[in-house]
Design a protein around this ligand. Structure first.
Ligand code: DPP
Ligand code: ZN
Length: 879
């Protein structure tokens, strides 16, 4: 495969002023006519027009009125080049495409008989030959013609300017988008859909039309998405002064979708999973995800659409920034400090669980990658979540106001343009009068930096010296790293647990929390007037995406767990206490030693569980043990079975020792009245359901019964699904026929709700009791299909990604299952397959007995004909 390098960027030889697109829609054949006005780019030395195309049937190309002969252009590897073209040209390109054969879900395709498009990153080239690159921005006029009965609704970006009837029961609609946009933001939807709509008043008094389009049977699941959209509009107005620039904003839900959602200008297209909700079918987590994804796509209207990326290496310019914005949006909407902390903890958990391993594995890449073979493979947690952490650090360094100044400058400089990560950095630097050249390393260097903390308290001088040093391990292609600029938030607790006033030597008072700026390989900071030996609260609120190496004693961690005013670090202290023990328990399992858990630890958990002054949501987070993946991250060699046993042991022991408290938590956190997906109620449900899952670890029929009753009485999906999941995952299900009947009951009840059936597959696929036979049986279920990404993910990814104990079966059957399905999926949908390929990222760290079958499975896959997407991942994983 060809590797594309960031350094090779050249400006487009021709720019597009306007494109006229006409679609004659048919499922097996669609005709596309593209009329493009091109103009030579004075910044380019080339006079060649370069168009990109894939899986297109070219009918003809007409340039300035003259039909081109085959000899007038050259085609090679998806490129069509017309050499030595005059400065101003009009190109008319006629192509045929075949939506019903398009299983990749890129370009124009069918889902449940309706037409949809997905063009990011390079899907537009599956619609017509075009300079399909983000730095070519044009206005669009789109005419859609289709059968009136089958496709009553015809949508595209911008404003609807004309509709009418055509012969043969066909009709048409014309849409005009006045905002210049790159082709990846183009969208078309045609089909039998209905919408919830509302007129909404913007801050400047303008009325806009908001619509959420779905299939008819889903109209009763659109209220939350609409509410979320209105909240998003208000929030962007008040926090960033950014207004909706259109008269009409549409969201469409589609069941077959590779990603979460897509920010096409004025016509966002969403995976149904991030739109549809009512209490019967959606969990609290679904509600929260919908709010954040609706926000995310809406916020892209400014950070992504109005200011877009110059090239795909700059992806994090829009994604890191927009993830940061959606994180802040969700945090602000909770309306409380503890709500903000809950959101922060969840986001950091995702980063550590998914991004840290990526940064330490074969696919490690900088937030702004230097090279790729297939750009779809770089829609990663590094670009998104680490990218968001990088943006957050500007805010940590400059404060909310300084950050806002930088944003304002960014828009005033770049509105309407395609720019780079460095342009964003420059806006932040200039608005705050600061040289940020060192900060740029966050974009260019891969890997998770490690920060080591050592401290010394001088009783006589009443000083505390804090030494920080940083080191970033090598990553593929980057052996040496330069020091990063790391904002390191710190606080000091006295023996009573109170925050101590901080004063740096030679500096002024810095309140009770301050940011140390670590910029050298190592640096020492001295605090003066420190009245007693403090307990250090380090890296408060996770002020930088680093791994902190600081050995604190159990006593110190227990002190932080009970008293830290920084909610994040209270949670962190509990996680560190638990992780430390999980690592030793794992070693004990491996050495055949007896497993024990100390009373001090159990007591600390008891105290948190019983502390009703703490929000239920925070308690739930604190009492959730680090995942198996997190434990694996702390070990040089991964022994999945030992890790699983260690964690199960800890869960069971905490269940036994805290049985009474878990019971109380289950009893006292029932929510009153009708279901509301608000943070306070959701937190209670989370704690109650965590308690239930601990109690079920006790294998006591009383608790099985309790779960069965919760299932039967539940008036919402959160409680119902939690009860069912606990029954299945605890093994209760296998011992009690009454419980077993519930799985079938659940299926029958929700047979017509695709998203709930996904949950049904996934809860079984992730069960520690689900061996390869269970999974194989599920694969044969009539409701299973590889073609629908959500369904494929629920079962196959559920098993391969989220069922560590079973996927890593000693006989290699899990890996064989993986390779077989990967190969099959790759023929259908390369983008989704390449995600599945990532399950083996860590194979070189497995224990030797697993490394062999893992390598065999990888080699087997690499010997097959593969898509560019999957090939890139497999080769990097093996190298
Ligand atoms: N740009 C989309 C998103 O992250 C993904 N295609 O919002
Ligand atoms: Zn995005």
């Amino acid at each position: 495969s060809i590797t594309i390098y960031r350094q090779d960027y050249t400006v487009p030889p021709f720019l597009v002023d306007h494109i006229d697109l006409t679609f004659d829609l048919g499922p097996s054949v669609t005709q596309v006519k593209a009329t493009t006005r091109l103009r030579h780019n004075p910044e380019s030395e080339s006079h060649d027009i370069v168009l990109y195309g894939e899986a297109l049937e070219l009918v003809k190309i007409v340039m300035n009125g003259k039909t081109l002969a085959k000899s007038d252009y050259a085609t090679d590897n998806g490129e069509l080049r017309i050499a030595n073209v005059p400065d101003d040209v009009t190109l008319v390109v006629d192509t045929l495409i075949h939506p019903d054969q398009n299983t990749s879900l890129m370009g124009l395709y069918l889902s449940n008989g309706n037409f949809f498009t997905q063009c990011e990153a390079e899907g537009f080239r599956k619609i017509t030959w075009y300079p399909d690159r983000p730095d070519v921005m044009a206005t669009y006029t789109v005419t859609i013609r289709a059968d009136k009965e089958k496709y009553p609704v015809l949508l595209s970006n911008g404003n609807l300017v004309e509709t009418g009837d055509l012969p043969n029961n066909r009709h048409y609609a014309v849409w005009d988008d006045p905002f210049r946009k790159p082709s990846y933001l183009f969208a078309l939807v045609a089909g039998n859909l209905v919408c919830r709509e509302e007129t909404f008043k913007l801050a400047d008094g303008r009325d806009v039309l908001l619509q959420v389009w779905v299939e008819k049977n889903n109209l009763d699941k659109t209220a939350h998405a609409m509410e979320s959209l209105k909240h998003s509009i208000r929030w962007d107005e008040s926090r960033f002064g950014l207004e909706l620039d259109l008269d009409r904003f549409m969201i469409v839900a589609v069941s077959d979708f590779n990603m979460g959602a897509m920010e096409n200008k004025g016509l966002n297209i969403f995976n149904t999973r991030y739109i549809l909700a009512n209490p019967r079918v959606a969990t609290d987590t679904d509600y929260a995800n919908i709010e954040s994804v609706v926000g995310h796509e809406y916020f892209h209207n400014w950070t992504g659409d109005r200011v877009t990326c110059r090239d795909w290496f700059q992806l994090s310019l829009k994604e890191g920034l927009t993830v940061f914005r959606d994180q802040e949006f969700s945090a602000d909407l909770t309306g409380s400090d503890s709500g903000r902390a809950v959101k922060r903890i969840e986001d950091v958990r995702t980063l550590r669980q998914l991004q840290f391993p990526e940064d330490a594995g074969p696919m490690a890449h900088p937030v702004r990658p230097d090279a790729y073979q297939e750009i779809n493979n770089f829609y990663t947690v590094t670009v998104y979540e680490k990218g968001a952490e990088v943006v957050r650090m500007y805010q940590t360094l400059f404060g909310r106001d300084g950050f806002r100044k930088g944003m304002d400058l960014y828009f005033s400089r770049h509105d309407g343009n395609a720019v780079t990560c460095n342009d964003f950095l420059a806006a932040m630097a200039d608005a705050n009068g600061r040289d940020l050249s060192q900060f740029e390393r966050w974009y260019s260097q891969a890997g998770t930096p490690r920060v080591r903390l050592e401290s010394h308290y001088d009783e006589k001088e009443r000083t505390l010296t804090v030494s920080l040093s940083q080191f970033c391990p090598p990553t593929p292609g980057q052996t040496e790293k330069q020091p990063f600029l790391i904002p390191f938030a710190i606080g000091l607790l006295d023996s009573k647990g109170n925050d101590m006033p901080l004063r740096l030597k030679g500096g002024k008072d810095s309140g009770t929390s301050c940011i140390l700026e670590l910029s050298d390989a190592s640096q020492t900071f001295t605090f003066v007037d420190v009245a007693e030996k403090p307990v250090i609260s380090a890296l408060r609120n996770f002020s930088a995406p680093v791994i902190l190496e600081y050995e604190q004693s159990d006593d110190e961690l227990l002190h932080l767990l009970s008293h830290d005013s920084d909610h994040f670090n209270r949670w962190e202290a509990g996680q560190r206490l638990a992780a430390r023990r999980l690592v030793s328990l794992t070693k004990a399992v491996q050495d055949g030693q007896p497993l024990t858990l100390d009373t001090a630890f159990a007591d600390a958990f008891r105290t948190v569980l019983s502390d009703t002054s703490l929000d239920a949501a925070l308690r739930e987070l604190a009492l959730t043990l680090p995942s198996e993946m997190m434990v694996a991250e702390r070990l040089d060699e991964i022994d999945p079975h030992a890790i699983h046993q260690a964690r199960q042991f800890m869960r069971r022991t905490l269940a036994e020792k805290l049985e009474k408290e878990w019971r109380d938590a289950w009893d006292r956190n029932r929510t009153e009245g009708t279901y509301r997906p608000v943070p306070s109620d959701a937190g209670k449900r989370a704690l109650k359901n965590l308690a239930l899952s601990y109690l079920l670890a006790l294998d006591n029929p009383v608790y099985c019964q309790m779960a069965i009753e919760q299932y039967n009485r539940a008036d919402n999906m959160t409680d119902r699904l939690a009860a069912l999941t606990s029954l299945v995952h605890s093994g209760c299900m296998n011992r009690h026929p009454e419980a077993k009947a519930l799985l079938d009951d659940f299926y029958r009840e929700f047979e017509n709700e695709a998203l709930v059936i996904d949950k049904w597959f996934s809860l079984q696929a992730t069960s520690p009791h689900a061996g390869i036979e269970t999974i194989t049986t599920l694969m044969e279920h009539p409701a299973f299909t590889l073609k629908n990404p959500n369904r494929a993910r629920s079962l196959i990814f559920g098993f391969c990604h989220n069922n560590m104990a079973q996927f890593h079966a000693a006989d290699g059957s899990g890996y064989e299952f993986w390779s077989k399905n990967l190969i099959e999926l790759d023929r259908i949908n390369p983008q989704v397959a390449a995600r599945l390929a990532r399950c083996m990222d860590q194979w070189k760290r497995y224990i030797p007995s697993l490394r062999k079958p893992a390598e065999q499975a990888l080699r087997h896959v690499s010997e097959q004909p593969l898509s560019r997407d999957t090939r890139e991942i497999i080769e990097k994983t093996l190298s």
